[in-house]
Design a binder for this molecule. Structure first.
Ligand code: ADP
Length: 365
């Protein structure tokens, strides 16, 4: 037997069908067929000897219908299965594919070429599937590594920054009675820069934490979440004389801290990017659409050009200079990560000079 011979296990209790398969494959020098008549025997043989593919009849003396596939696949997830079905069994055949079979052949319609092709394709498909699964695992692993890296870096950067900040404040105090000294000109900028960097690190930490929390999903009142956010933001609400209204905020299934962050980021942006002409009016509403909640945070602020609608959800992407509007460009990227982590979508609709509405969805579950 050559090294490249394909070992195929035929599991078939009908002698006539088995004879036909053997006959079809008799001239195939690269395929070696081993025949058994029941599932238990097949599972035993598969344990003892490596096979490249299984031709599996679904109605066996010791197993019927879809269970035959389930059992074969769960004991040998890597082996490609080609199911052999009767003429009127197409529904079962489709169910078999869902359970991990690679292909099916309808008995009575099989010919030699089809059989050989089905065996080769099933083996190829299984190999691609395994490669895909492997790549997927690699991707997940490197993503986790990256998040862990961002977390560790931002955490460790915070500490030396606090030292710089502390000494800069001490120097500022020490020079407070000497207004003409050049130190007095430079220190406020040093302090401002360290504060900005500290905010950047804090925002990066929050961003990298999304998805890592051990907290489980819970039933939450989104109105209560918003009340907490409004209370946290009360200084800027007072300062800007903002008017905030809510409508139809429902119970949701979500991570509490992430929801506080999500509503907090959207609302603080709605307050921050307002026009100087009038105090901000912000509406927060929710509607049910099929199997998801659609939330909206609507403002009457400066608005956004349509060509920037996607860009603003990317990390560090800002449309304004920090002197105009302070910020780190991480808020909306964090919102996107939170919403997608909950199985939803987020987007913006806006007219420059009129205002913006940020929409996001959450599954109703
Ligand atoms: P930050 O506010 O820290 O800059 P974000 O990620 O929250 O970062 O927002 C990214 C950019 O999107 C902002 O710099 C701003 O240009 C724009 N933006 C966000 N929210 C609004 C809004 N409500 N109105 C107008 N522009 C907005």
């Amino acid at each position: 037997m050559s090294h490249d011979t394909i070992q195929v296990l035929l599991v078939e209790d009908s002698a006539a069908d088995a004879y036909l398969m053997e006959k079809f494959l008799a001239d195939e020098e690269t395929i070696n067929l081993v025949h058994v008549e029941c599932l238990n025997e097949a599972l035993d043989v598969l344990k003892e000897k490596p096979f490249n593919a299984v031709l599996l009849d679904l109605s066996l003396p010791d197993s019927r219908s879809i269970k035959t596939v389930q059992q074969t696949h769960s004991t040998n997830p890597e082996i490609p299965i080609v199911v052999l079905t009767g003429l009127d069994d197409e529904e079962i055949a489709i169910a078999a594919l869902r359970e991990g079979a690679q292909d099916y052949l309808v008995k009575g319609e099989i010919n030699r070429a089809w059989l050989v092709r089905a065996i080769h394709y099933a083996i190829e498909r299984q190999q691609h599937l395994e490669q895909l699964q492997h790549l997927n695992q690699e991707l997940m692993r490197s993503n986790q590594e990256l998040e862990q890296f961002a977390y560790v870096v931002s955490h460790d950067l915070q500490q030396p920054l606090q030292v710089i900040f502390g000494f800069a404040r001490l120097l500022e105090n020490a020079y407070s009675d000497r207004p003409t000294e050049s130190a007095n000109r430079y220190l406020p900028d040093i302090i401002k820069a360290t504060q900005h960097m500290s905010q950047l690190i804090q925002d990066l930490l929050n961003y990298s934490r999304v998805g890592k929390s051990a907290q489980s999903l819970e039933q939450l009142d989104s109105k209560a979440i918003l009340d907490q956010v409004l209370s946290d933001l009360s200084p800027s609400i007072h300062q800007s004389k903002a008017v905030i209204t809510t409508n139809g905020l429902p119970m949701i299934t979500a991570h509490e801290t992430q929801m506080v962050q999500l509503f907090g980021n959207l609302l603080s942006n709605a307050l921050k990017y307002h026009t100087p002409e009038h105090p901000p009016h912000v509406k927060i509403f929710a509607e049910v659409h099929q199997n998801e909640w659609l939330f909206g945070v609507q403002d009457d602020g400066i608005g956004i050009e349509p060509e920037n609608f996607d860009q603003i959800f990317q990390i560090f992407q800002r449309l304004h200079h920090r002197k105009e509007y302070p910020g780190t460009g991480i808020g909306l990227a964090t919102c996107k990560k939170i919403v997608e982590n909950h199985g939803g979508r987020i987007w913006v609709d806006s007219t420059p000079g009129t205002g913006s509405t940020f929409y996001f969805t959450l599954p109703t579950l």
